[in-house]
Write a protein that binds this ligand. Structure first.
Ligand SMILES: [Zn+2]
Length: 149
């Protein structure tokens, strides 16, 4: 564990480091982060937990995915399709290549989102949809345990 890691001092996850709470319950971290945004006044200095979540977000952003793109079968997946209607589907994924992105966009009406940005999206969604997106992140990153060890 990194020595500058944030450890919760109270609440349900008292004494747990931020990274392990993130691995076990990313929706909780996403919700905490959203609350900061809603409560923050202009010019207010970010608190320690908020800064720790921001560095966690950067770390997630820099993670490599471990799953191959279903279209080109060469590059690793980077995007998932967030459909305009209906549930998220964990098969609707693609890499960053333009042709693969076009292919995925033609599969269903919706928007492409970066898988590694999932934490910024899920706090606004109904729980089943959020959980589906978390499972996409987990299944495309078999390296999480090492990354956050
Ligand atoms: Zn591809």
């Amino acid at each position: 564990m990194k020595n500058n890691s944030y450890v919760f001092g109270s609440g349900k996850y008292k004494y747990f480091p931020l990274e392990s709470v993130f691995l076990n319950n990313p929706i909780h971290i996403a919700t905490l982060y959203q609350v900061f945004f809603e409560k923050q006044k202009p010019g207010q200095v970010n608190n320690r937990l908020q800064l720790a979540i921001e560095s966690l977000l950067e770390k997630i952003k820099a993670l490599d995915s471990t799953k191959n793109c279903p279209y080109c079968k060469k590059a690793k997946v980077k995007f998932f399709l967030f459909p305009d209607y209906g549930p998220v589907n964990n098969k609707l994924l693609c890499c960053g290549d333009d042709a693969c992105r076009e292919h995925l966009k033609s599969a269903r009406l919706g928007e492409l989102h970066e898988i590694n940005d999932f934490l910024l999206l899920i706090s606004y969604l109904p729980k089943p949809q959020a959980q589906k997106i978390v499972s996409i992140f987990k299944m495309t990153h078999n390296n999480l345990a090492e990354a956050f060890a």
